[in-house]
Ligand binder design. Structure first.
Ligand code: GLN
Length: 481
C-alpha cells in the first residue's frame, strides 16, 4: 500500500473491501516511525486511533459510516483532544492532558475521522519557522536542511511527508499558509468566526482560526464543512449557515472572474525573483483566459505587520496570564513564596520568543502607551478591513504570493526578529480583515522547492474560494499530488 492523495480514493478502496481503517492507521503509524528524524509528531495516538479505526470499520459494515470515514488526520499541539496530552510545544504545559475536546475534534470524530497524533509547532503558535518549539525544529521533508515554516510546521510537514492525509493547524497571522507554501501543501484559513475556537489554546483571540492542510482542495472543502458552524461554546462562532463546500466545488468551472492584485505585494523589494516571475505568469495566463485581472492600490503595506504585532502581542499577554504556576502550567521547584512562584514559573516555563511577546504586549497595553499603540493599531486594523472590503465590492478574489520566498535554511534567520516578523507580510492582511485565504502549491524554484500562491476572498465566501482554488490547481499545479 502506498500513501493516499485523496479521501475520495481511500473511500473507494474502503468500499471495495480491499482496505480497512485499521490497515490505514497501521500504514500511517509506520510512516511516522520511519520519518522520525523530521521531528514532526510530538506524540502518536496509537491506542485511540486504533480504537476509532475499529469502530469506523464496524460502522462501515453496517453502512453507517460518516463523511470523513477513512480520513487519517493529525492535530497541531494547540488543539484539545480529551484524555490526550497537549503542550503548545511549550515547557509550560509539559505533561498537561486535555480535560475536554475542542469543537473541531468532536465534529471530526463524529464524522468518523481518525486522529493519528499531535504535531510540533512554534511555542504557543508564535513563530514562522518552528524554531521556537521547546521540542526543537521541524525539518522540511523536501530538504531536511530547511525549515518547514511556522507556526504549524509539524502540521504542514505531516501532510507533505505522507505521514497522514490531512492536518489541522491554526492561523493567527499566516501559520497555516506560510508552512503550506514551504512544503508544497494546500493550507486554508477560514473566515474569522467560521470555525469554533473552543478548545484551541488562545494566542490572539480576535485573529486565531483553525484550518486545514491537505493535498487537494476537495479534502480541504469537505473537512472545513464538517468543522464550520455555530457553537454554543464560542460566542464568536458565526450562526450563518454553512454551505456544503464540497458539493459546489465545480461551480466556477469556465466562469469569468474578477481578480485583483496589489502592485506593492507583487513588486515587493524583498520578493524572490522566481516567486515574482511565477506570480506574474499566473496573472498573465488568467488574463489570457478571459478573467479580468487588475492591479489595485493598497496603502497599508508598511502598517500591516506592525499593526498585527501590536494587537496580537497585546492579546497574547492577556491570554497567557493564566500560565502562572498556580492556575495552569509548570510550577518552578525553585519558588519559595507566591511572588517567586509567579516569577520563576513564568521565567523558566516560557521560551524566549513567548517572553518577548508578553513583554511587548504588556507594554503596548500599559497606561500612558495604550492610546499611542493599542488604540492606534485598532484604528489601523479598521482601515485595513474597510479598504479590503472595498476591493471585494468590485472583485471576487485577491491573488498574491503566500510568502516572499521559499523555505529558508534552519538557523539562517533565527536571531533576526525583524526578518522573522516580515515573513508574515503577505499573510497578515487576511487575519487583520478576518477574511478567508488559501495557499495553493503552484510554484517551484530551480532547486525544486515549492512556493504557494495565495487567494483571499470576501468574508464567508469560502464556497467560492474553494471552487476557484480547484480551478487554479487543475490549471497551474506543478507538483504532482
Ligand atoms: N508568524 C506569525 C507570528 O509569529 C504567525 C503566527 C500564527 O499565525 N500563529 O505571529
Amino acid at each position: 500500500m502506498k500513501g493516499f492523495t485523496s479521501l475520495k480514493n481511500v473511500q473507494l478502496e474502503l468500499a471495495n473491501s480491499s482496505l480497512s481503517c485499521i490497515e490505514l492507521v497501521n500504514y500511517y503509524l509506520n510512516e511516522i516511525e520511519k520519518q522520525k528524524k523530521l521531528n514532526v509528531f510530538l506524540e502518536t495516538f496509537e491506542i485511540s486511533a486504533k480504537a476509532q479505526a475499529q469502530q469506523v470499520d464496524a460502522k462501515r459494515k453496517e453502512g453507517k459510516a460518516g463523511k470523513l470515514a477513512g480520513l487519517i488526520i493529525s492535530i497541531k499541539d494547540n488543539i484539545c483532544y480529551q484524555g490526550h496530552k497537549l503542550s503548545a510545544s511549550s515547557k509550560m504545559l509539559e505533561g498537561f492532558e486535555s480535560l475536554y475536546s475542542s469543537t473541531v475534534v468532536e465534529r471530526l470524530l463524529k464524522e468518523d475521522a481518525i486522529i493519528i497524533g499531535r504535531t510540533n509547532c512554534d511555542e504557543f503558535a508564535m513563530g514562522s519557522s518552528n524554531e521556537n518549539s521547546y521540542y526543537g525544529v521541524v525539518k522540511n521533508p523536501l530538504n531536511i536542511n530547511k525549515v518547514a515554516g511556522g507556526s504549524s510546521g509539524g502540521a504542514a510537514a505531516s501532510v507533505a511527508a505522507g505521514m497522514c492525509m490531512a492536518a489541522l493547524g491554526s492561523d493567527t497571522g499566516g501559520s497555516i499558509r506560510q508552512p503550506a507554501s514551504f512544503t508544497g501543501t494546500i493550507g486554508f484559513k477560514p473566515t474569522y468566526g467560521r470555525v469554533s475556537r473552543h478548545g484551541l489554546i488562545a494566542f490572539g483571540s480576535s485573529f486565531d482560526q483553525i484550518g486545514t492542510f491537505t493535498k487537494n482542495v476537495e479534502d480541504a472543502s469537505l473537512i472545513s464543512e464538517v468543522m464550520a458552524g455555530s457553537d454554543a461554546f464560542d460566542s464568536t462562532a458565526s450562526k450563518k449557515e454553512v454551505p456544503l463546500y464540497s458539493k459546489s466545488i465545480d461551480s466556477l468551472q469556465g466562469k469569468k472572474l474578477k481578480i485583483a492584485y496589489f502592485d506593492c505585494y507583487v513588486n515587493h523589494e524583498g520578493i524572490d525573483p522566481e516567486v515574482k516571475k511565477r506570480t506574474i505568469e499566473i496573472i498573465e495566463r488568467l488574463r489570457a483566459e478571459g478573467h479580468q485581472v487588475d492591479e489595485v492600490k493598497f496603502d497599508f503595506l508598511d502598517q500591516i505587520v506592525p499593526t498585527y504585532y501590536v494587537l496580537t502581542t497585546a492579546e497574547a499577554s492577556s491570554n497567557l496570564a493564566r500560565y502562572d504556576g498556580i492556575h495552569f502550567g509548570y510550577r518552578s521547584p525553585n519558588a519559595t513564596d507566591l511572588e517567586s512562584t509567579y516569577v520563576k514559573s513564568r521565567s523558566e516555563g516560557f521560551g524566549k520568543e513567548v517572553k518577548r511577546r508578553i513583554m511587548l504586549g504588556t507594554y503596548v497595553l500599559s497606561a500612558g502607551y495604550y492610546d499611542a499603540y493599542y488604540t492606534k493599531a485598532q484604528k489601523v486594523r479598521r482601515l485595513v478591513r474597510d479598504c479590503t472590503k472595498e476591493v471585494f465590492e468590485k472583485y471576487d478574489f485577491i491573488i498574491s504570493p503566500t510568502s516572499p520566498h521559499t523555505a529558508f535554511d534552519i538557523n539562517a534567520q533565527k536571531d533576526d526578529q525583524i526578518k522573522m516578523y516580515l515573513e508574515d507580510i503577505f499573510t497578515v492582511q487576511a487575519n487583520l480583515a478576518g477574511i478567508p485565504a488559501i495557499s495553493l502549491p503552484l510554484g517551484e524554484n530551480e532547486e525544486k522547492m515549492p512556493f504557494g500562491i495565495q487567494l483571499m476572498a470576501s468574508a464567508f465566501d469560502e464556497e467560492k474560494l474553494f471552487a476557484f482554488s480547484k480551478e487554479l490547481v487543475n490549471k497551474f499545479s506543478l507538483i504532482s499530488a
